[in-house]
Design a binder for this molecule. Structure first.
Ligand code: ACO
Length: 333
């Protein structure tokens, strides 16, 4: 078995910012309510000429550049997203836009756990020797799928993309120290973006469904309780699995959904507030993009340094959740 090395990161967000104050012109809310309940101050929203493929491609391009890789050297592109431009998958379009002509590319859907699940999936291809280089991208454009008249959900989400270039290395230097993943579909109704099909008569006596989707529906309190319970539990299991103590962690890199969840998990592991990475104030919840977007920011501004140990956890719709213990080994500022 071989190991994996994280070689470079990248990120992209749309230029358009929508502040809490601006949103309060659209729904009955306030900057005070949103900030105090979630930590979010503003979010980015894709303009008419932008799309998921473009965001994912920009983030991927930057990760390739920071890793010093030619696009043609990539074997696999994994695009974690729940909001592709094309239901058949957006990853091949990203592959074409990057010029990664030797890469196979496909989408992976696990909502806000998507990036973490994709990173673990990439590691399996690399560890078994089937592949040498994988580009893992997390990208979502949930602005297209929220109900902008529903104040319980529309204030939470934003658009963005992040990427990490991952390559095979020796098992002694494995950057994926450990991982755990979980799903519980029986609680899935708490956070959905469901199909809405209209019946249409195809032939006499035979009808077919004309597909479409509703908007995001969430039971916020149940999702909050789920995250507050499962995230510390799975992180603790991972620390136990790997014989790691919380005091050895340099960073907590959680899915950016709510500052109160970040604070509670940070407190649970005795982490100083500045070690619990957060950029919620600027981007809100960008779903599959939050973890790589935050990682790239902290690597670029020099907070995360080569050799740092990062405990990461993703959680969200499915319900799905997971945790990974990662050692950053890419270039740092
Ligand atoms: N502005 C003002 N008032 C609001 C808003 C808003 N944006 N949203 C809800 N309210 C009101 C409600 O209508 C309710 O009013 P009422 O008592 O008169 O009925 C009151 O505020 C309290 O509503 P709650 O839903 O109980 O608010 P809560 O304190 O639970 O906060 C929140 C809501 C922020 C959504 C919280 O539940 C949360 O963060 N949950 C987790 C969500 C999450 O992490 N989701 C992402 C998962 S990731 C993925 O997979 C996509």
């Amino acid at each position: 078995m071989r190991g994996i090395r994280l070689c470079g990161s990248g990120a992209a967000v749309p230029a358009t910012r929508v502040s809490n104050v601006a949103l309060s012109q659209r729904v009955e809310t306030s900057d005070e309510w949103i900030r105090s309940r979630t930590g979010i101050g503003e979010r980015r929203v894709a303009a008419a000429e932008e799309n998921l493929t473009g965001l994912a491609t920009s983030a991927g391009q930057q990760a390739l550049q920071n890793a010093g890789w030619a696009a043609s050297s990539v074997d696999l592109i994994l695009l974690a997203t729940s909001s592709p431009d094309d239901l058949f998958g957006s990853a091949p379009k990203v592959q074409a836009a990057l010029g990664a002509k030797h890469a196979v590319a496909f989408d992976l859907t696990a909502a806000c756990s998507g990036f973490l699940f994709a990173l673990v999936t990439a590691a399996q291809y690399l560890r078994c020797g089937a592949m040498q280089r994988v580009l893992v991208i997390g990208a979502d454009q949930l602005s297209s799928w929220v109900d902008w008249s529903d104040r319980r959900t529309c204030v939470l989400f934003g658009d963005g993309a992040g990427a990490v270039a991952v390559e095979a290395t020796s098992s002694q230097n494995d950057a994926l120290v450990g991982f755990r993943m979980a799903s519980d579909g029986s609680r899935g109704e708490n956070l959905t973006l469901s199909q809405h099909a209209e019946r249409q008569e195809l032939l006499p006596g035979i009808s077919a469904q004309q597909g479409g989707f509703t908007t995001i529906a969430m039971n916020g309190q149940e999702v909050y309780k789920f995250a507050a319970r499962e995230v510390p539990a799975i992180l603790q299991q991972l620390l136990d699995d790997t014989g790691t103590s919380a005091s050895q962690l340099d960073w907590l890199l959680l899915h950016q959904a709510n500052q109160r969840i970040l604070d509670a998990v940070g407190d649970r592991f005795g982490m100083a507030a500045e070690k619990v990475l957060s950029n919620l104030a600027h981007y809100g919840n960008t779903s599959a993009a939050t973890i790589p977007l935050m990682l790239h920011e902290a690597v670029s501004d020099g907070r995360i340094k080569s050799g740092d140990l990062i405990a990461s956890s993703g959680f969200g719709a499915g319900l799905s959740w997971g945790a990974a213990l990662i050692r950053w080994d890419g270039p740092t500022s």
